[in-house]
Design a protein around this ligand. Structure first.
Ligand code: BEZ
Length: 240
C-alpha cells in the first residue's frame, strides 16, 4: 500500500520531446499496454473531465465521427476520464441511443476510453491541473508519434470544447514536417507553401538570396518557402 506522501509525490508533467509515459489500463475496448500497443502509429491521447456532461458528449461524438479520417492518417484515438468502466459503457450507450448533435446521431464510439478512477494515468500525463479542478481532468490532447515520442500537447479548460479541425491540421502538419523535412507557417493547410530549413551558415544565407531559383522563394535569408502540392502531401501522409 502506497503512503499518502508517495501518492501525492509530484510527477513532472511530460513535455514535447519526451517519451510517452507508459501505463497499463482497462478501457471500453479491453486492456491496453501504452504506448507499446501503438508502436508504428500516431496516437492522440486525450482526456475529458467527466462522462455524462454536455461539452464532453459533443466532443466524443465529433471524435467518433472523425475516427476513420484520423485512421487514414495512421492515427489512433485513445480517450480518458476519471470515471469507472461501467460509467463509460453507460455513457457511450446513451450517446449511441439518444443523443443527436450537429447532424450526428447513432454515433458509436469504437476507440478505447480508459477508466482512471485512481487518477494514475491522468497524474502521469499532467491532466489534473488543480487550479482548474482537483477531481476532473482538463481537456488535454497529446500527439504521440510512431516512435512513442510526445510531439505536441494542447490543453483546454473544462468549459471549452476542442476544435477538431485544428487537431487534425496539427497532425497532418507534423507528418508533413517529418516526411518532407520542412516546417509549416501560421495557419498552414495542405497545398499552402512550406518553410525550408534555415540557412546554417553565412555562406549559405548569401547563396540562398543570390540563387533564388524558382523553387525556393526567400522573403529574407532566414525565411524561405517553397511550393508543396496538396496532392503530394495527402498521397504521402494518407497512406492507409
Ligand atoms: C462538460 O463537458 O460539459 C463539462 C464538464 C466539466 C465541467 C464543465 C463542463
Amino acid at each position: 500500500m502506497e503512503t499518502i506522501e508517495a501518492q501525492e509525490a509530484i510527477i513532472p508533467m511530460p513535455r514535447i520531446g519526451d517519451k510517452a509515459p507508459s501505463f497499463q489500463a482497462v478501457t471500453t475496448q479491453g486492456n491496453i499496454n501504452f504506448p507499446d500497443d501503438y508502436m508504428g502509429k500516431w496516437v492522440i491521447l486525450f482526456s475529458h473531465p467527466a462522462d455524462f456532461t454536455p461539452v464532453c458528449t459533443s466532443e466524443f461524438m465529433t471524435f467518433a465521427h472523425l475516427e476513420d479520417k484520423f485512421g487514414k492518417a495512421n492515427c489512433k484515438l485513445v480517450g480518458l476520464s476519471i470515471d469507472g468502466l461501467y460509467s463509460h459503457i453507460a455513457w457511450l450507450r446513451t450517446i449511441k441511443d439518444k443523443i443527436e448533435f450537429n447532424g450526428m446521431k447513432n454515433v458509436e464510439v469504437k476507440f478505447p476510453l480508459i477508466e482512471d478512477i485512481s487518477m494514475e494515468v491522468a497524474k502521469k500525463y499532467g491532466m489534473i491541473q488543480p487550479g482548474e479542478s482537483k477531481t476532473q481532468a482538463v481537456r488535454a490532447v497529446f500527439f504521440i508519434d510512431p516512435n512513442s515520442m510526445i510531439r505536441a500537447i494542447i490543453y483546454y479548460p473544462l468549459s471549452l470544447g476542442r476544435n477538431f479541425d485544428e487537431i487534425y491540421r496539427a497532425l497532418i502538419a507534423m507528418q508533413t514536417a517529418d516526411e518532407f523535412a520542412v516546417a509549416t507557417p501560421a495557419d498552414w493547410y495542405p497545398g499552402d507553401d512550406v518553410i525550408v530549413p534555415p540557412a546554417g551558415s553565412c555562406g549559405t544565407a548569401e547563396e540562398r538570396m543570390a540563387e533564388q531559383n524558382g523553387e525556393v522563394e526567400c522573403k529574407d535569408w532566414f525565411f524561405c518557402t517553397k511550393k508543396l502540392a496538396e496532392k503530394e502531401v495527402l498521397e504521402t501522409v494518407l497512406k492507409n
